[in-house]
Design a protein. Structure first.
Length: 86
């Protein structure tokens, strides 16, 4: 292969998608690899996007369902911090 071919991005590989809260927004961040024609990794790329209100609500519903299942299966309860004073 030539140096141009070795260094030319051709493919991508999605490794994972993470979700995190940033203030009142929920952001999805992808971990991707960019590969050349032979499949060698050239670099990584981490695009992100803010979830829409509908996507955010769907995620909240999913998390609440999973936490309820976890609590039911384990008998554990969510920790609530008690703050005394101003």
């Amino acid at each position: 292969m030539s140096i141009i071919t070795d260094l030319t991005p051709v493919h991508y590989r999605l490794l994972r998608i993470g979700v995190q809260q940033e203030g009142t927004d929920v952001v999805a961040i992808a971990d991707m690899q960019i590969l050349n024609g032979e499949g060698s990794v050239l670099t990584t790329h981490n695009p992100s996007t803010t979830l829409t209100a509908q996507e955010k609500q769907a995620l909240v519903n999913f998390v609440n369902r999973e936490l309820a299942s976890f609590e039911a299966a384990t008998g554990l309860t969510k920790w609530v911090e008690v703050v005394i004073g101003p």
